[in-house]
Design a protein around this ligand. Structure first.
Ligand code: NAD
Length: 429
């Protein structure tokens, strides 16, 4: 099929590249010239395993093109995907200005039947709003479909190619949804077709439920610390229950971050408010998540009594491993807090240094994990990158001022750390 993708962020770029890989003819549009320039030369503006290889391969095969020119490229496509950002506004509602700008531009430039598919995460009712916006400018026939994205940064290509499910929402007889489904049938995953509103809700409900699991296990972990239970083993024991499942989000840690869970939880809380539905459970999920970061800083502060002048090494600033995304990352709140309490912070992250520096310029970075520990009074682990799991801890012990580790991700065994002579504080153990 001939498709256009508007927005070349984590979602739009992966959508475009994967559709091209499946043999479709894809035009990716973005308003940021620098991104388009890089992409046209096979350089990805984001860190995502495997993406550059696919960009280069499909550029060479002539199946994908990157441009800032929507008007000159809109004609002839069968499907247009909207994959622009929906960041939270000051009340926590999803800000729809990018989605609406894209809808307006589509409406002003449509000249034949096309299916407009919304991949951005949007409040329930947005599909209808997109339809009305396009209709204002274009009198011909078109359809709007909702196709929420469930990929995870760090394994985005794999998630896109092997999705648990594809959700398509279409309130106009499902003919348009069935056409879009043809793009995905080859993946062999279940395809669920619903009305627009249901598809939009499935995305918010899924992310909010996963976030609820995280806040749940973190609360359990906090009790475990007081009563001598081991939260990691509790989690294992829970996951063996088939109703809970091995893949449940029940790993005690520093809470959820990133560009999706925090904003989607907040947005669903606002949707509940706007519809006068009580959803205190979700408000509590959010509050627990914020507290989890503060508890970690308090643990470090309590250990020293006073953090003024203490040097703390930080491992990992990305919101999770295998990404350079630091949006709403626990590291941001934790580092800001440590600095406010007078600590000096020296951080290391394999790929997210530049992004963090844009947000907190005063943070010093080391070029290697062990160098960050040089003369530090303690090490705090915030992101569980694999390279930290395999590091030579004896070498780290020699670099640190004192053998003290605060592990926010439970990457080491407490027994082994004791054997190595570390004072080791993890989560829920
Ligand atoms: P992003 O901010 O990384 O990318 C958005 C892109 O859209 C940017 O490159 C921006 O320049 C471009 N853009 C904005 N307005 C435009 C316009 N009018 N025309 C062309 N390009 C335009 O965002 P993202 O992380 O890819 O997320 C996009 C949407 O997908 C959001 O609603 C998000 O909630 C949702 N989502 C994200 C993820 C994820 O892991 N990042 C996963 C699932 C769903």
């Amino acid at each position: 099929m001939k498709v256009m993708v508007i927005g070349t962020g984590y979602v739009g770029l992966v959508q475009g590249v994967c559709l091209a890989e499946l043999g479709n003819d894809v035009v990716c549009v973005d308003i940021v010239e620098e991104k388009i320039e890089k992409l046209s030369h096979g350089i990805s503006p984001i860190f995502e395993p495997g993406i550059e290889e696919l960009i280069t391969k499909n550029l060479k095969a002539g199946r994908i093109k990157f441009t800032t020119d929507l008007i000159g490229n809109i004609k002839g496509n069968e499907i247009i995907f909207i994959a622009v950002g929906t960041p939270p506004d000051e009340d926590g509602r999803a800000d729809l200005k990018y989605v609406m700008a894209a809808a307006k531009e589509i409406g002003q430039n449509l000249s034949h039947y096309q299916i407009i598919v919304n991949k951005s995460t949007v409040p329930i009712g947005t599909g209808e709003l997109v339809r009305k916006t396009i209709k204002k400018y274009y009198g011909g026939k078109f359809d709007v479909v909702s196709n929420p994205e469930f990929l995870r940064e760090g394994s985005a290509i794999e998630d896109w190619m092997e999705p648990d499910r594809v959700v398509l929402g279409d309130s106009n007889g499902h003919e348009a949804a069935n056409t879009v489904a043809k793009l995905y049938e080859v993946l062999g995953s279940p395809i669920l077709i619903t009305n627009l509103e249901t598809a939009e809700m499935i995305k918010y409900a899924s992310n909010s439920y996963l976030a609820t699991q995280i806040s749940f296990i973190n609360s359990v972990a906090n009790i475990c610390e007081k009563v001598g239970a081991n939260a990691v083993e509790v989690s294992k024991g829970m996951k063996l229950d088939k109703r809970i499942g091995q893949k449940a989000f029940l790993n005690p840690g520093l809470g959820y971050g990133g560009s999706c869970f925090p904003k989607d939880v907040e947005a669903l809380i606002q949707i509940a408010h706007d519809n006068k539905v009580d959803f205190k459970l979700l408000e509590e999920v959010e509050a627990i998540n914020h507290l989890q970061r503060q508890r970690f800083v308090a643990k470090i502060e309590n250990y020293f009594g006073n953090l003024a002048g203490k040097k703390i090494a930080i491992w990992g600033v990305a919101f999770k491993p295998k990404t350079d995304d630091i949006r709403m990352a626990p590291s941001v709140a934790i580092i800001e807090n440590l600095i406010n309490l007078g600590a000096e912070v020296v951080a290391f992250d394999p790929v997210a240094e530049e992004n963090l520096k844009k947000l907190i310029p005063e943070v010093k970075f080391a070029s290697k994990a062990d160098e960050a520990c040089k003369d530090a009074d303690a090490l705090a682990i915030i992101t569980e990158w694999d390279e930290f799991k395999q590091i030579d801890l004896k070498k780290i012990k020699a670099k640190l001022n004192a053998p003290v580790i605060f592990d926010g991700r439970n990457i080491y065994s407490p027994a082994e750390m004791k054997r190595l002579g570390f004072q080791y504080y993890s989560i829920g153990r």
